[in-house]
Design a protein around this ligand. Structure first.
Ligand code: NAD
Ligand code: IPM
Ligand code: MN
Length: 357
């Protein structure tokens, strides 16, 4: 094919800024590979609440369903923080992930040689390398379980249920093992099986499926230990497979050891080729609208879009090389800036990457 339909959801805050930068890069890469991309901009999140009265308008979900891929910036912000749970901007994300059946969230964290100075870890730890992939379950668990308010002994109470079934665990586990086969052939299940019954089911199912992958090593870590090990010795990790909430938390930590949350991309995939691509960071209200955000996580998410939804691995490599080259030239946004480098804003960083395509 030489023409694709891409749904674009800039969202709120820096989502708008980083998405603008990524779209230009996508256009140039597409032209280089003689492919036409038709972008359709859609509303979701806080801006959708303001303009359409709800975080995820039906039309947005319908358009995404018809597209080849979705590029999303970020949603949310203080303006909408006091709305009730089901009316908040973040609900749009869950609606998109669930509605599009995107159960597998791939979050690769690797350290670029050029960015070693930006990592808070010691050289002796970084020297061993950081190249891990968090495979986060995305449409189940506590995010999607029953939740509500009640009273207990006359006190206000609230609950969120963590529920996982065998089907949900099996498919994400297979995603993790398949990914490991293309990498260093090691899967680590991160859970809390010493406490949670749902984690004990994860272990049973993962053990069963591991038998189909005798060429891949499997080990297990409790999530508290995993959080510690990520800082102590990140080189030990290849693929981490974990639940929705643990994956959310560990991926922010994983991003920082590679330099910044502004560097970490993600792909959310389901059964078909339709995927949604977004940086792991949020709308960053503290720096929004000031041309301060690092657009590289979103630009690298666009690379994942080319690779996973359009089958254009070379275009993805072009983008990754361009990013590496700009870092090699010494340009840094504030989040990854250290002494001796040149500080640039969101727009300039986008233009620098564009020039390298
Ligand atoms: P955040 O990721 O938006 O910001 C955390 C910190 O990292 C802030 O100091 C921010 O300035 C910094 N940061 C984030 N991205 C950056 C970038 N590209 N360049 C430089 N610095 C960056 O997390 P938060 O502050 O907890 O959440 C803010 C809002 O975003 C909330 O409404 C939250 O619900 C929402 N959120 C949305 C998504 C999403 O849409 N996928 C993800 C996370 C949070
Ligand atoms: C992320 C975000 C979301 C999540 C929130 C905003 C719903 O933190 O994409 O990492 O927890 O999945
Ligand atoms: Mn998160």
């Amino acid at each position: 094919r030489n023409e694709y339909n891409i749904a674009v959801i800039p969202g709120d805050g820096i989502g708008v800024e980083v998405t603008a930068a990524a779209l230009k890069v996508m256009e140039k890469v597409a032209a280089k590979h003689e492919v036409k991309l038709n972008f359709t901009e859609l509303l979701a999140g806080g801006c959708a609440i303001d303009k359409a009265g709800e975080p995820l308008p039906k039309e947005t979900l319908a358009q995404c369903q018809k597209s080849d891929a979705v590029l999303l910036g970020a949603v949310g912000g203080p303006k909408w923080d006091n709305l009730s749970g089901d009316k908040r901007p973040e609900q749009a994300l869950l609606g998109l992930r669930g509605g599009l059946g995107l159960y597998a969230n791939l979050r690769p964290a690797r350290i670029y040689d050029e960015l070693k100075a930006a990592s808070p870890l010691k050289d002796t730890i970084i020297e061993k390398g950081i190249d891990l992939l968090i495979v986060r379950e995305l449409t189940g668990g506590i995010y999607f379980g029953e939740k509500g308010r009640t009273t207990v002994d006359g006190y206000a109470a609230a609950y969120d249920h963590e529920v996982y079934n065998e089907k949900e665990i099996s498919r994400i586990t297979r995603t993790a093992f398949e990914a490991a086969r293309k990498r260093r052939r090691k899967v680590t299940l991160v859970d809390k099986a010493n406490i949670l019954e749902s984690s004990r089911l994860w272990r049973e199912v993962v053990n069963k499926i591991a038998k189909d992958y005798p060429d891949v090593a499997i080990d297990y870590l409790y999530v508290d230990n995993a959080a510690m090990q990520l800082v102590k010795n990140p080189a030990q990790f290849d693929v981490i497979v974990t639940s929705n909430m643990f994956g959310d938390i560990l991926s922010d930590e994983a991003s920082m050891i590679t330099g910044s949350i502004g560097m970490l991309a993600s792909a959310s995939l389901g059964e078909g080729s339709l995927g949604m691509y977004e940086p792991i960071h949020g709308s960053a209200p503290d720096i929004a609208g000031q041309d301060l955000a690092n657009p590289l996580a979103q630009i690298l998410s666009a690379a994942m879009l080319f690779e996973y939804s359009l089958g254009m691995a070379e275009a993805a490599r072009d983008i990754e090389k361009a990013v590496k080259s700009v870092l090699g030239q010494g340009y840094r946004t504030g989040d990854i800036w250290t002494e001796g480098f040149e500080k640039v804003g969101t727009k300039k960083m986008g233009e620098l990457v564009l020039a390298e395509i």
